[in-house]
Write a protein that binds this ligand. Structure first.
Ligand code: 6R9
Length: 653
């Protein structure tokens, strides 16, 4: 493991808002007097009714509660829009770059965005959407996605954004779980030159059980592709907003009123609806965005994440807009029409801060330096990484080739549940080490614990927990508060369990080693093994399935599936393809297994529990084969012989 120390580039440090001494002083202060610290940070937002207390939280099982700024009132959309109009009305809020580089970019000012959001807020009101109602957003990466989120925030409706790559089944499950009243979608999406039939997917989803809460579907005309409209349910977005006034009186919300639900995979069962509230979430998204990215007034900030993921929520939409920044929104993919696209877009829009995922960096690294070198990239001053551990090789390439060793790299660790960044270098303050997310953000108290929950001190390795709350923390699992408690606070009572393993070095730097639960991180996207297993088992040919993660050169982790077929079903290549396509259809392309092995039997204990440890070891083995010594004790298996056949039939990665 590389332990190279990369100092803060002096030219960067010279203009940075936060330097090493500031970090040390303020971090200590944030732990010593959290109330004073967060009272002050919270005042960066505009409150229609100021709070009298910032922090009111306890992880103690006897007195468990999480409330931030709880008696304050604000409106999130007002904070992202109206508040900036006087001084930044003509500043560009969103730069939109289309999938096809020949399509003209859109530049939307704060004033224009405000009008778009007001129109939609009025329209939603007229369609009967009221505070607390759920609205599902299934849109491509177009400005209307941000407009839809902010219009919901403006009226207090709770949005649930569903990633455009998810299938009809996944949409239906998410709609059913939160009983959405309205869906906002588009005719089609465009990614890498391919069209995605969004409206058709919504139509299919709404034909499934549990979705009849949906009264209206608003359809944005994006590609112009013909889609059947089902009256009176379906309405064209344009026609509906056109008729509306461009002003709207926003309602103040309580700080703890829900802002959004975002579904994410866990280690068991169906995806959880992670619920974030208004005041704490926005304060966290805005404050981390400003500090971690050393934000200046003239920055052009580009986070490449899709708004279907939390990174898109916090660092394409809410953080940047709450800070009055210019945010780039990109519809396409890194390699279309060619692997120089990211850097061309950086030059075209004079991007100063660029934030992407290790999987994209690895994919581009594989294409060599030439596509990067074709661009100037001289506007870029800071680079960021998020979504999964970044391997030191990719970090070094990003630093040397993309950033030309001028730009600090912030490797930011966080989760859907945390609302925003928790562990990351502050770029003007913290020397980096390739592969380490370095040190905690203000107010964040990470700790490493052993399996029994003992807190480990000094340089060590363990499970990553957080010992106290922070404003951006999720508040509950929508509709299932017990699941929230059970998932995050039962493993180690009194502490929030992240699900990640982590090492801390002698300098106190944190090195996230990856998930320690049954969550696979595929290209920085979370997928539960249980979800993929239940999709496989839903196929008539499958008797049983077990899914594990295995190292993948580009994706970080790939999905390795073991499948036992029903009696009499013939295992062949066409069935293998069919099963992979089946998972893709059931959940979405990100869940499609990379490897699928036929398993006459699965390794089970006598009580019937699948020993995943063994399956993981077989899947992880490189070309040299499985080292039987690493499989551990297999004598407790009901049928130890299945291991031999699994090792023999291993898929070559
Ligand atoms: C923001 C986001 C969360 C999981 C998390 C961890 C992994 C994210 C990371 C990282 C190492 C980083 N993860 N950032 N691991 N270094 N900088 O990705 O949220 O989709 O909920 O995933 O991603 O395993 O637990 P989410």
């Amino acid at each position: 493991m590389s332990e190279r120390i990369v100092p803060v580039p002096p030219a960067f440090e010279a203009t940075a808002a936060i330097r090493r001494a500031d970090y040390e002083r303020d971090y200590a202060e944030s732990l010593r007097d959290p109330e004073a610290y967060w009272s002050k940070v919270g005042r960066r937002l505009q409150w229609s009714k100021p709070y009298t207390r910032a922090k009111d939280t306890s992880f103690d099982p006897e007195d468990f509660h999480i409330r931030w700024f709880a008696d304050g009132e604000l409106n999130v959309a007002v904070n992202c829009l109206d508040r900036h109009l006087a001084e930044r009305g003509d500043k560009v809020a969103i730069v939109w770059e289309a999938d096809d580089p020949a399509t003209a970019p859109r530049r939307i000012t704060y004033r224009e965005l405000h009008a778009m959001v007001c129109r939609l807020a009025n329209a939603l009101g007229q369609l009967g959407v009221v505070k607390g109602d759920r609205v599902t957003i299934y849109l491509p990466m177009i400005p209307e996605a941000a407009v839809a989120m902010l219009a919901c925030a403006r009226i207090g409706a709770i949005h649930s954004v569903v990633f455009g790559g998810f299938s009809a089944d996944s949409i239906a499950n998410r709609i059913a779980d939160c009983t959405s009243k309205l869906v906002i979608t588009a005719d089609e999406g465009l990614r890498g030159g391919k069209t995605i039939p969004l409206k058709a997917n919504v139509d299919e989803a709404l034909g499934k059980p549990g979705t009849n809460s949906v009264e209206t579907v608003l359809v944005v005309r994006h590609t112009g592709g013909g889609v059947p409209m089902q009256m009176p349910r379906d309405r064209w977005y344009d026609a509906v907003v056109e008729a509306q006034p461009a002003t709207h009186e926003a309602r103040p919300m309580n700080a703890e009123d829900p802002l959004f639900i975002l579904y994410t995979s866990g280690s068991t069962g169906k995806p959880k609806g992670v619920l974030h509230t208004s005041g704490g979430y926005l304060a966290w998204a805005a404050y981390t965005h400003e500090c971690v990215f050393d934000l200046k007034e003239n920055d052009i900030f580009w986070c490449t994440a899709d708004v279907g993921w939390v990174t898109g929520h916090s660092y394409v939409v809410y953080g940047p807009l709450a800070n009055g920044a210019t945010s780039v929104m990109f519809e396409g993919v890194p390699t279309y029409p060619d692997p120089g696209r990211f850097w061309e877009v950086c030059d075209r829009h004079q991007v100063t801060i660029f934030y992407t995922a290790p999987t994209a960096i690895r994919a581009l690294m594989r294409e060599g330096d030439a596509p990067v070198k074709r661009s100037r990239r001289d506007s870029i001053r800071l680079l960021g990484s998020v979504g999964e551990p970044i391997n030191p090789e990719a970090w070094e390439w990003y630093n040397r080739v993309v950033g030309e060793e001028r730009c600090p790299i912030v490797d930011t660790w966080w989760q859907t549940e945390t609302g925003g960044i928790l562990i990351s270098p502050l770029p003007g303050a913290i020397a980096t080490k390739p592969g380490s997310a370095t040190l905690p953000f203000f107010g964040v108290q990470p700790a490493l614990v052993d399996a029994e929950g003992h807190v480990l001190e000094g340089a060590t390795e363990g499970n990553l927990v957080l010992r106290d709350s922070w404003p951006g923390q999720m508040r509950t699992v929508y509709g299932d508060h017990q699941r929230f408690i059970d998932t995050y606070f039962k493993t180690y009572p009194g502490m929030y369990f992240t699900g990640d393993g982590c090492r801390r070095d002698a300098d106190g730097y944190y090195w996230i080693t990856g998930r320690v639960d049954d969550v696979i991180n595929v290209s920085g996207h979370r997928m539960g093994t249980a979800e993929v297993e239940s999709a496989l088992v839903a196929h008539p040919a499958v008797a049983e399935a077990a899914v594990v993660g295995a190292p993948h050169d580009i994706k970080g982790q790939g999905i390795y599936a073991y499948v036992t077929l029903k009696e009499g079903v013939e295992a062949d290549d066409s069935l293998r393809k069919e099963l992979i396509a089946h998972v893709r259809h059931e959940i979405g392309p990100i869940a499609a297994p990379d490897w699928l092995q036929w398993a006459p039997g699965l390794p089970k204990t006598r009580s019937g529990k699948i020993m995943r440890r063994i399956l993981r070891k077989i899947a992880e083995a490189g070309p040299e084969g499985v080292d039987r010594g690493t499989l551990g004790d297999t004598s407790t298996l009901a049928d130890p012989a299945v291991v031999d056949s699994l090792v023999r039939e291993r898929q070559h990665r």
